[in-house]
Unconditional design. Structure first.
Length: 116
């Protein structure tokens, strides 16, 4: 069973940047993705990256602003978030994925708050 630990969230002004990290243990040679959830709404897909060639997939609302990457030697996946908007405020989670579908149980997430 994979264990996922997200970190790097915080409070930032609109237009600012944050880099999230996801440490994974267990079954880590897999496509990985980031999701986010706002209270009262369903969790939504943000981005994913395959384990081999690193092919990426992004939700339309983050294209051009967010970049997902991974360091397999460190079993870590990153989400670089630039030009943040107030509507990016959410708890961000990582997970193993198939396409945009999460496959494992969720970690505790990391809160991102963007002030306008």
């Amino acid at each position: 069973q994979v264990q996922l630990v997200e970190s790097g969230g915080g409070l930032v002004q609109a237009g600012g940047s944050l880099r999230l990290s996801c440490g994974a243990s267990g079954r880590t040679f897999s496509a990985m993705g980031w999701f986010r959830q706002v209270p009262g709404k369903e969790r939504e897909f943000v981005a994913s990256i395959k384990d081999g060639g690193g092919a990426t997939l992004y939700a339309d609302f983050v294209k051009g602003r967010f970049t997902i990457s991974r360091d397999n030697a460190k079993n870590t996946v990153y989400l670089q978030m630039n030009n943040l908007k107030a509507e990016d405020t959410a708890v961000y989670y990582c997970n193993l994925v198939r396409g945009s579908i999460a496959l494992s149980s969720w970690g505790q997430g990391t809160q991102v708050s963007v002030s306008s």
